[in-house]
Design a protein around this ligand. Structure first.
Ligand SMILES: [Zn+2]
Length: 183
């Protein structure tokens, strides 16, 4: 019997000149997303049924206009796509974890990820929500954008930069992927 290999695309949000959110400490979202993404990829590389791809592996800039992120996943004919982000808001007291999806075929995937990731963060459960974001809108496979937590919340941010927290989140993302794919 030939084991099916699932293609998983991990997309660390932002990069290069696009720093993303500036956290309460002044650190940038682009570095948080890459750090978590690398941990996720390291774990996925140990899964015999998963072939993992990243949209960026360093501090490269990817223009939004190029639509590279969804195009890359579509051209690979990936089975699932996950974009990793940290959230931002004017009010520093705002906290929580949420997952965005766009197409109906992504709802179940988004809900599974939200359930797993919120357990790992311990932040407020803001749910899986429909969001008109191009990375989830223009991908053809089940796709989700995870807002792990608010980098503008000083308490949450300080946790989010720790190795332990990032490892827990990476594990939860991997568990979510495996649960969805039935591995
Ligand atoms: Zn972002």
């Amino acid at each position: 019997m030939i084991e099916k290999k699932y293609k998983v695309v991990i997309d660390p949000g932002h990069g290069g000149a696009d720093a993303g959110a500036e956290g309460a400490s002044g650190r940038y979202e682009k570095d948080f997303t890459l750090s978590v993404a690398k941990k996720v990829v390291k774990l996925l590389e140990q899964e015999s049924q998963i072939e993992v791809f990243m949209t960026r592996t360093d501090d490269s800039y990817i223009s939004q206009e190029s639509r590279f992120r969804p195009k890359y996943a579509n051209e690979l004919n990936a089975d699932v796509f996950i974009s990793i982000h940290g959230n931002t808001f004017d009010d520093p007291s705002v906290s929580g974890t949420e997952v965005f999806y766009y197409h109906k075929n992504s709802l179940h995937f988004a809900e599974i990820l939200q359930k797993n990731v919120v357990k790992a963060t311990g932040f407020r459960d803001r749910g899986a929500k429909k969001g008109d974001l191009f990375v989830v809108r223009e991908t053809k496979m089940p796709a989700a954008l995870i807002e792990v937590g608010y980098l503008t919340n000083p308490g949450d941010e300080s946790k989010m930069w720790t190795d332990g927290f990032q490892n827990d989140v990476a594990n939860a993302i991997v568990e979510g992927i495996k649960e969805y794919l039935g591995i």
